[in-house]
Design a protein around this ligand. Structure first.
Ligand code: NOJ
Ligand code: CA
Length: 542
């Protein structure tokens, strides 16, 4: 593969520096701590780290409210620690991208403070002001649990300001040329430090226009293409990953003609994987992949099961939303906005087979998969914490004090460790899983290694052979004469497939996940037997 297109074949690992490892024992994870865990990530087999926001912030939205775009949050370290991190990441042949919030700032950002208190300040126009709260009425509210308007009155300014998220996150005014210029300065600043790209937050919302939803506007796409042009010219091997929680038809313009984003999250796929599992039927997955528009050859989907937010159900019908809520979040405390605030393992009652199956599905489908930190060991959540904090608790490294996350006094930890029940750090931690044969962690390592070995997973065409039973999701990937058949059982029943009944006749199948060579070849008349929630991946040989 073209080295410039490294992102197409990489497994991404999303992590919260604050929650990963505490290097100076103040109870908060930091860059030094992260550096000390890079070998763990390399050994897991991931290719790119994605950092949640690392900038100075009052943390009213856990860092997505940036108060200074040119520095590192003092809890996490310094710019020189960050440079060290990049050096250490690259030394291990890994890549690293970071979240960048373009759409808004914190209300504590000096620009906003200037803007609201000095009407003649050059910063006034950095934000979107209005004398009434009646403009852009067709725009939806995103944080429906906490906000009831996209406008908030500012006493000092004597006007309303526009915000798509919390009222502590005023939106920047992209119609103002100086805002666009500033964003470009910010990009250059971090790219010059050597970062491999950005996960660009909330990109559909940059511009506002009356009479529209203020999402996905042509002006927004035009500016995003301008950013891309800059990257292509000045930093050709860096990437832009779009966070646009939209339907497939609205998502594909974010790739442009291969001249906008390199990658975009596949938001509509994620809840359909959970639905397919709940009903033991492959249909929702096949339908959404078949409805997904083709993307330019230099682009890649970013696929995921969970992330740091609620499991969003925005991209499903009202009926499916209610179904998924009732199935996966019976307790209303588990629900947030239009989603579910739970981690992967608790969503499936800690069933390791199901966790492996779900990863197998996103690893076999088109796209570059993301692992959310802790999901590789099956970490749990704490639904009693506020907002989305329940899925952002400290990484569980071992069964010693504070789960090996920090040597600080327990009371000083930025969030409590999960210490009760089946997901407690005594039960679920890295150190134990490194020595327990067939632990989730070791299985994940093998799955990752296998996926990386076959380029067909990242580049190949995808279709879905019908192997009868609706609970069987068969994914066939083909690239440059290589074919892989990944067969997944979405049900709790044993299912046997007779390859002779299907078009698999002319091939024999080599099991690429099975180490034991005795069991690794399926000849034409061997039956394929799948355990409940089991899966097998085969290389097809003529
Ligand atoms: C999307 C991020 O994933 C979420 O955590 C954040 O609250 C909003 N954007 C606002 O920046
Ligand atoms: Ca610390």
């Amino acid at each position: 593969m073209n080295k410039k297109e490294w992102y197409k074949n990489a497994i991404f690992y999303e992590l919260h520096v604050r929650a990963f490892c505490d290097g100076n024992n103040d109870g908060i994870g930091d860059l030094k701590g992260l550096i000390s865990k890079l070998d763990y990530l390399r050994d897991l087999g991931i290719g790119c780290i994605w950092l949640l926001p690392i900038y100075p912030s009052p943390l009213k939205d856990d860092g997505y409210d940036i108060s200074d775009f040119y520095n590192i949050h003092s809890d996490l370290g310094t710019l020189s620690d960050f440079k060290q991190l990049i050096k250490e990441v690259h030394k291990r042949d890994l890549h690293i991208i970071a979240d960048l919030v373009l759409n808004h700032t914190s209300d504590q950002c000096a620009w906003f403070q200037e803007a609201r208190t000095h009407p003649n300040s050059p910063y006034r126009n950095f934000y979107v002001w209005s004398d009434t709260n009646q403009k852009y009425k067709e725009t939806r509210i995103i944080f429906i649990d906490k906000e009831n308007s996209n406008w908030t009155w500012d006493e000092a300014a004597g006007q309303y300001f526009w915000h798509r998220f919390y009222s502590s996150q005023p939106d920047l005014n992209f119609d103002h040329p100086l805002v666009r210029e500033e964003i470009i300065n910010i990009l250059r600043f971090w790219l010059d430090l050597g970062i491999d790209g950005f996960r660009a937050d909330a990109v559909p919302y940059l511009f506002e226009r009356e009479g529209t939803s203020c999402e996905n506007l042509p002006e927004t796409h035009a500016f995003l293409r301008e950013i891309r042009e800059l990257i292509d010219h000045e930093y050709p091997d860096r990437i832009l990953l779009a966070e646009a929680n939209q339907w497939p038809s609205d998502l594909s313009p974010y790739f442009g003609d291969g001249n906008e984003f390199h990658m975009a999250f596949h938001f509509p796929l994620m809840p359909r994987i959970f639905k397919a599992l709940a009903i033991s039927d492959r249909t929702p997955i096949i339908k959404i992949i078949n409805e997904t528009p083709k993307i330019p050859p230099n682009c890649q989907w970013s696929t995921f099961l969970r992330n740091h937010d609620e499991l969003t159900l925005e991209m499903v019908s009202e009926k499916d939303r209610v179904f998924l809520w009732n199935y996966y979040a019976k307790d209303t405390r588990m629900r947030l906005n239009l989603g579910i605030r739970r981690r992967l393992a608790p969503l499936v009652n800690g069933n390791q087979k199901i966790i492996e199956l779900l990863f197998a599905i996103i690893f076999a489908l088109p796209g570059a998969p993301i692992i959310y930190y802790g999901d590789e060991i099956g970490m749990g959540d704490n639904i009693w914490l506020d907002d989305r904090n329940g899925v952002r608790t400290p990484m569980q490294w071992n069964s010693k004090a504070n789960a090996g996350f920090s040597n600080a006094d327990k009371k000083k930890l930025f969030l409590p460790i999960i210490e009760e029940g089946r997901f407690s750090y005594q039960q679920i931690n890295v150190e134990d899983q490194l020595i327990i044969p067939n632990s989730l962690l070791l299985k994940m390592r093998r799955l990752i290694a296998c996926r990386k070995k076959y380029e067909v997973f990242s580049q190949g065409t995808c279709n879905f052979p019908n192997l009868g039973n609706q609970s069987i999701l068969a994914i066939k990937r083909e690239f440059k004469g290589e074919s892989i058949l990944a067969i997944q059982n979405l049900s709790d029943k044993i299912i046997a497939i007779n390859p002779l009944e299907y078009n698999l006749k002319k091939s024999y199948l080599i099991d690429i996940l099975e180490n034991n060579t005795k069991n690794s070849t399926n000849y034409i008349n061997d039956e394929i037997r799948l355990e409940p929630y089991g899966f097998k991946w085969f290389l097809m040989k003529k």
